[in-house]
Ligand binder design. Sequence first.
Ligand code: NOJ
Ligand code: CA
Length: 705
Amino acid sequence: MSRMVVLACLGLFVQSACSSLPARNPSPEAVRDVPASIVEVVSIGAQTVSSPDGTLAVMIDDSTEHALWSVTIDGSPVVQPGRLGLRFVEVPGFDRDLEIVAAETQSVNVPWEQPWGEQRMMQEHYNELLVTLAEQGTGRRLKVRFRAFDDGIGFRYEVPVLTPDGRISITDELTEFKVDENSRSWWIWAGNFNRYEYVYQSTPLQKVDRAHTPFTLQTPQGTYVTIHEAALVDYPATWLDQQRAGVLKTSLVPWSDGVRAKKEGAFSTPWRTVQIGRKATDLLNSDLILNLNEPNKLGDVSWVEPGRYVGIWWCMHLGKCTWGSGETHGATTVRAKEYIDFAAENGFSGVLIEGWNIGWDGDWYTNGEVFDFTKPYPDFDLEEITAYALEKGVRLIGHHETSGAVTNYEKQMGAAFDLFERVGVRQVKTGYVADAGGIQRIDETGIRRFEWHDGQFMSRHHLHVVEEAAKRKISINSHEPIKDTGLRRTYPNWISREGARGMEYNAWGFPDISPPEHETVLPWTRMMAGPMDFTPGIFDLAWDGLEADNRVRTTLTKQLALYVTIYSPIQMAADLPENYLKYPGAFEFIKRVPTDWEQSIAIAGEVGDYVAYARQERLGRDWYVGAVTDEEARTLDVALDFLEPGVTYTAKIWRDGDGADWETAPYDMVIETRDLTSADRLTLRLAPGGGAALWLTPAAATLSE
Ligand code: NOJ
Ligand code: CA
């Protein structure tokens, strides 16, 4: 119902100027220069926008004290009415008594092309509703822009200048995602020491307290939902706090002084997103997050190079060599050349070397200020190594571990990237190993402040890194990062990142183990955000024996399948070179599998049980299929209707042997060849903790090879 507010005061800072209203937090500045016209605020009533296919609808309603938003699928509620709003330090918040006073709509349907990605051609297709809310009694205005796509919805706040100097401090965002409290959910803790690196929990929704996004749930009606955000720029990330049962409230990650976000001038928040699917795979096939990001800002990015890499890395995690100097130092010139030779012989484009620069001796985890990003250890000849690599057609991948001492890194960053640019490094892995909340910022007065990995300070820092790197044609792979919100569309040199529990935990066997289920939850949680540098490809799965805690809980075949199921444009072959030489048949798959795709289709899966993907190589005709299961054996049975009709494909299949089992017989693998067409079904047994990997090439092409 529309309501009328009689004789309200209008103006930006009118709260203090309107004598009939109690002033909350008036500042002397806020009272000056107040336009005090008197207006009537008239609501135009609730507004709705539907997805292009008409199945999803998002509504905003002002008929109660709070402005509420909600979403339906086929007319049934999937997100129930929940609050909108923001609160500030300097002026009263946009909290209650908001009236819808204007609504504009538009429809957009445009293709765009990714420079690299899981899908080359994208389609940005949505209906938009821009709502202007005016506050009863003051007339202050706030806009909310909604976009409805076929695979989900997004909305963001557009906030005008609210103070005379344009500065505003946000103390809270009130956005609620209200869902069926009897849903099932997959999630990790937020605001806890281990950043994003937890084993995902699968629990009734009611067990959730504070969670990171992407946060996935399945309603009792069977609908799949992922809550996340897109285009996180100069703003804190959001955690989700469960308040009343089923009410997931936005909790913006605070600065060390308690303020959540500090802005100047008019601004937009990141998009709040809800992806919706009838089947679990619908979520995996959604492009919503990228579609809500801004187009490429970097222009020609042909220097951003997807590819496969090896590295002096796993030996440190196994404790066979060290980051620090001395007898066991991993990053030596001799070893670097051996890895470069191995990379060149086996078609890898990069060699990552960690522990090459001064600072790793001693307790580097808690003392990042000792890192020097331009001084190699004496036994690592950077110039000689990079020249040798380039001669062999391989590039060194640089490494900057900051241990969270961000001010120390920022001081050296320009010189550090200049050095790498000069020696032909095109990719740098960064790292922020400090406990969550332990990012060190030295403020303007010299005081050491401790920030979160996902607060506004770090959202600014990461983009600063990416922009400085781009000036030198360098791509960034961040570990212990802020979560991905699709910014690779705008900055295609942000090539990958970690941001979840990766392979390294299997080397340590602590603080707890990664179960075989882990890689079947990742697609619906971490991977909903974007590419992950998971570092698959461990072939020696149990170096201390099958009973040890520090081992990999998969079959060998599942390690191959991960190159298809976990998307990243850069994929590491993480094991020691000697272990690849022991299994040449399996290694062939890693040497062949592309990391850049024409199209990608999640063809089967259930959250936490199994997943299968088919991906077509970029600008090519070959397809690759990867399937992984949890601790349960199961039979994969999928249609091959994604293949070109009428073409016979020669399929090379890497599958679990009949006796394979991650626990007792992880190396049991069969490699076989079959002819398949789009009319066939593929039926394969996946062992407990197992998987399957396929390469399908049109038969004629195979013959002419
Ligand atoms: C944690 C990263 O995830 C890992 O890949 C790296 O080796 C160490 N930090 C040291 O930087
Ligand atoms: Ca890590």
